[in-house]
Design a binder for this molecule. Structure first.
Ligand SMILES: [Zn+2]
Length: 140
């Protein structure tokens, strides 16, 4: 999926799990929703490998806790990474969810592998639905 799509879904996730939404929490969710794809800037890391695993999602939450943030921020960080992985599992490449225990790539059941990550119609539709739902939740 595109970075904007991951960011939009992170915003929706934040509105669903936050008791009080704020601009800071939305920014936090956006950062952790897209951080997995910044692996392309790390020379020794392949794209969609270690940063697209359940281990990385758990590591993200642990790192946030270790840095002294409240547990809410750690849980939100891990959930955003998990949501990112879930969305990328819809694509033909899938994700190596179980590294370091298995390198087998995982696709979402039934519809996984049928959505190309660069499909602009799917990306735009998800962005509109996610941001629309977030706006409805925030304004209610
Ligand atoms: Zn990704």
């Amino acid at each position: 999926m595109k970075l904007r799509t991951h960011a939009a879904c992170g915003i929706l996730l934040a509105t669903l799990v936050s008791p009080r939404i704020s601009f800071g929490i939305l920014c936090w969710a956006v950062i952790w929703s897209v951080i997995s794809d910044f692996d392309v800037y790390i020379p020794t890391v392949s794209h969609r490998e270690i940063t697209h695993t359940l281990a990385f999602a758990l590591f993200s939450g642990a790192l946030v806790l270790a840095l002294g943030f409240a547990s809410f921020y750690a849980i939100l960080a891990s959930l955003c990474v998990i949501l990112h992985i879930l969305m990328d599992s819809l694509t033909p490449n899938g994700v190596p969810l179980w590294i370091p225990f298995s390198t087998k790539r995982v696709r979402f059941p039934i519809i996984g592998g049928r959505i190309r990550s660069d499909n602009w119609i799917v990306n735009l539709s998800i962005q509109i639905i996610a941001i629309g739902a977030a706006i409805v939740i925030i304004s209610s």
